[in-house]
Design a binder for this molecule. Structure first.
Ligand SMILES: NC(=O)c1ccc[n+]([C@@H]2O[C@H](COP(=O)([O-])OP(=O)(O)OC[C@H]3O[C@@H](n4cnc5c(N)ncnc54)[C@H](OP(=O)(O)O)[C@@H]3O)[C@@H](O)[C@H]2O)c1
Length: 323
């Protein structure tokens, strides 16, 4: 799929970008070039050292600057767009930064792809974009709208959005936080004992992106059928003897994560691996045939609460053992 192709990864020094690079280099040794676009040249240098002699090129710039993005996207065959303000707290504190990075950034990626004749964008999004209740989710929701809409205004450009839950192994997620708290204080602050979250490893997330790159017809939002966990299961898996203290929901936080809402259901297809929201301007029958998919029932919802596949304590312990 990536043989003789130039892949541009915005946010390439991030957790997902690095894993994508590592896996692409090992599975597609014939890749022409992987362009890593991000701001911090220190992180880029560290990545260059870690990857040694490989077809990587680093471009430093801000996703909010069109000239920077256009420079990185030159002769791209596919843009994997991951750069984001992605912490809820960061976006709540500075919503304008979320607008510039997540919304203007998305617009710049689309314009740079069109300007450079790049035929494909894979854009990373989040469950928080559906029924957004915080600045991060709202900015990602608008970014999703831009990517889906680009498929209509630029039919030669195939865009696909992927909604992920927590990426195990990325920064700011609950497991490393709990591990640290248990070690240092012996107390785990749990926001609400009913809280559930979706989770997948970084490797699984990259494989999902590859499957989407192979299958997307253009303009879809893909919600992978991920497994979820309850926060108390994680607490018990990390430190069974630690005290659990109920801290209450933080601003912008949800009790559970919503991948597909009842409002999405009218335009949503399902396969064994994904729920797929068909772009509003498209022929749904065509997408159904292409993906060998079924229409979900009206009013259907997929969230971390009604998701039947749950992580057990043992599975979480095994995951912790891998890092
Ligand atoms: N991690 C998760 O649990 C999770 C869950 C759901 C969805 N997602 C989505 O997946 C994507 C990747 O997440 P991640 O965990 O890999 O993120 P990450 O580790 O925080 O990495 C973010 C990357 O974006 C770059 N970046 C941030 N602001 C930028 C800007 N203004 N201009 C250019 N580059 C910028 C960062 O580098 P510099 O700071 O050096 O610029 C870094 O390379 C994001 O879009 C996120 O919304 C992640």
């Amino acid at each position: 799929m990536f043989t003789n192709k130039r892949i541009v990864i915005t946010g390439g020094t991030g957790a997902f970008g690095r894993k994508f690079t590592e896996m692409a280099l090992s599975h597609y040794p014939g890749v022409k070039e992987i362009v890593i676009f991000s701001r911090d040249t220190g992180k880029q240098r560290a990545m260059a050292e870690a990857f040694g002699k490989s077809p990587l090129r680093f471009v430093s710039g801000d996703i909010a600057s069109f000239p920077d993005v256009a420079k990185a996207a030159r002769e791209a065959d596919v843009i994997v767009h991951t750069a984001a303000v992605r912490l809820v707290s960061e976006a709540e504190e500075d919503p304008w930064k979320a607008v510039q990075t997540n919304i203007i950034g998305a617009r710049n990626v689309i314009d740079a792809a069109v300007g450079n004749g790049c035929p494909r964008i894979i854009a990373l999004s989040t469950d928080m974009a559906s029924l957004a209740n915080n600045a991060y989710g709202a900015s990602k929701m608008l970014a999703e709208k831009l990517f889906v809409g680009a498929g209509k205004s630029h039919p030669e450009l195939k865009t696909a959005v992927i909604r992920y839950g927590n990426m195990f192994g990325s920064q700011g997620t609950v497991i490393p936080f709990f591990v640290k708290k248990a070690r240092e204080e012996g107390v785990l602050p749990v926001t609400d004992p009913r809280m559930t979250r979706f989770m997948a490893t970084l490797e699984e997330c990259v494989r999902i992106a590859w499957e989407v790159a192979r299958k997307s017809l253009g303009g879809e939002i893909f919600a992978p059928r991920l497994k979820s966990y309850n926060i108390l299961t994680v607490a018990r898996a990390v430190a069974p003897r630690a005290e659990v203290r109920i801290a209450g929901l933080r601003p912008g936080e949800k009790l559970y994560e919503e991948m597909i809402t009842r409002y999405d259901s009218y335009h949503t297809l399902e396969t064994d691996a994904f729920y797929i929201i068909v772009p509003p301007y498209a022929d749904a029958e065509l997408y159904k045939r292409h993906h060998s998919a079924r229409q979900v029932e009206p009013g259907f919802e997929f969230n971390s609460e009604n998701c039947t596949e749950r992580f057990s304590e043992e599975e979480i312990r095994r995951l912790i053992g891998t890092c």
